[in-house]
Design a protein around this ligand. Structure first.
Ligand SMILES: Cc1cc2nc3c(=O)[nH]c(=O)nc-3n(C[C@H](O)[C@H](O)[C@H](O)COP(=O)(O)OP(=O)(O)OC[C@H]3O[C@@H](n4cnc5c(N)ncnc54)[C@H](O)[C@@H]3O)c2cc1C
Length: 364
């Protein structure tokens, strides 16, 4: 199951007395003990609500090269609920496919996380790049993402091939290493201990991810769950991150052009002979890929709470605390094309988080 595919029913509320609102100092990062500061999930703390359409493909993301007239076209799209996580990794695979033997300027279509990462890797390899996109940050799906590094919600296991699995593992490995060297305020990336409502340990995708991955007994964690896993991972403040990537591209001489491509013929008319397609959900219409479907996610963003330094995903939704707000999710609504947050769904998200927070326990 995708851990982001939930919006649990509201559980019975049981407030436990004696929970202080600060975490014990100098605890290890994973599985903190003591009393976790609760998230104040009340309607008066909501600063905005959002809905975004994940570019979901049951057979997995597409990283592949093909000919388009006299051009080479390299696809890099269809990352579902894991596009931030996989961005450096699949962009690396795509550039390795496309740049080999190439000379001259390069075009990238799309200015979400995939287009921006691909453009940076092309520049790092020494090529000139022009990025063409219908919409730029902050008007992309990538800006809406919660920003947890964890590759969930982007494929169906029964539909993927061993070759795709190999691409997936290689992508996780490269992305994981690349994000680590970007941690800090300039890119808005930080580590947080993370809890998951689970009865089995997290899958260890590569030897180093997830790190400090543990299955916890009920008395070892503060949540009203039978058992939980805890691990450390990275969180990306997507607005700040994408803004910084745009700057990086421009500082390195990259050009950014607003342009809408209606058909492959529009792409074939570009001056560049090598083109990377990073149009996310736009690839469905542009390349007639009917496997690519929207999976709507709705979020409530609350006033920031700097004291909240843990994240969780569980049956009652997910909570990622960021400097720009506390992100409460979420839904996974397949084939829903309307990117509008619905008040009733947002109210349900808030209520399930309020009830979960009321049931947090202190651990020793
Ligand atoms: C609510 C929600 C929560 C999420 N949480 C996470 C998370 O915690 N972690 C994680 O890893 N991922 C998460 N995701 C998934 C992530 O946001 C996506 O996988 C990712 O943003 C896809 O990036 P992209 O660059 O492919 O697409 P986009 O960000 O959609 O960018 C596509 C670009 O292509 C352009 N484009 C499209 N069509 C055309 C066209 N015809 N002509 C010209 N330009 C075009 C667009 O204008 C845009 O610039 C979440 C998504 C949502 C909605």
């Amino acid at each position: 199951m995708d851990r982001r595919f939930f919006l649990g029913s509201a559980a019975a509320s049981l407030a436990l007395p004696g929970c202080a609102t600060t975490m014990t100092a100098r605890r290890p990062a994973a599985a903190p003990t003591g009393c976790l500061p609760p998230v104040l999930a009340t309607p008066d703390r909501v600063i905005r609500t959002l809905a975004g359409l994940r570019p979901y493909r049951a057979p997995g993301f597409v990283v592949r090269a093909e000919a388009l007239g006299d051009k080479r076209l390299v696809h890099n799209y269809g990352h579902g609920g894991a596009g931030i996580t996989l961005s450096w990794g699949t962009s690396k695979l795509a550039t390795q496919l496309g740049l080999q033997g190439h000379q001259g300027p390069v075009a990238v279509l799309g200015a979400g996380v995939m287009g921006l990462s691909t453009a940076r890797l092309i520049q790092e390899a020494g090529f000139e790049v022009t990025l063409y996109a219908k919409a730029l940050p902050p008007e992309t799906t990538s800006n809406i993402a919660g920003g947890q590094f964890h590759p969930f919600g982007h494929f169906r296991r029964s539909r993927v091939t061993p070759e795709w699995q190999a691409q997936f593992v290689a992508a996780v490995d490269y992305s994981w290493r690349r994000f680590q060297i970007m941690v800090g305020d300039d890119y808005g990336i930080r580590w947080l201990p993370t809890f998951t409502d689970a009865t089995e340990p997290e899958e260890q995708l590569i030897p180093t991810f997830p790190p400090r991955n543990r299955l916890l007994r009920p008395e070892e964690h503060p949540f009203p769950w039978a058992s939980a896993t805890s691990f450390d991972t990275l969180y990306v403040e997507t607005g700040r991150y994408l803004r910084q990537l745009m700057r990086d591209i421009q500082v390195a001489g990259g050009r950014i052009r607003v342009r809408d491509f209606a058909t492959p013929a529009d792409i074939a008319a570009l001056p560049e002979r090598l083109v990377f397609n990073c149009t996310g959900l736009g690839s469905r219409a542009l390349f007639n890929d009917e496997e690519l479907r929207p999976a709507r996610g709705q979020l409530a963003i609350l006033l920031p709470q700097p004291e909240v330094r843990y994240a969780f995903t569980g049956g009652d939704g997910y909570m990622f605390p960021r400097p720009d707000g506390i992100i409460l999710g979420g839904t996974f609504e397949l084939d829903e094309w309307d990117a509008t947050a619905e008040p009733a769904t947002i109210a349900r998200i808030l209520e399930s988080h309020r009830q979960l927070n009321a049931r947090l326990r202190c651990t020793t």
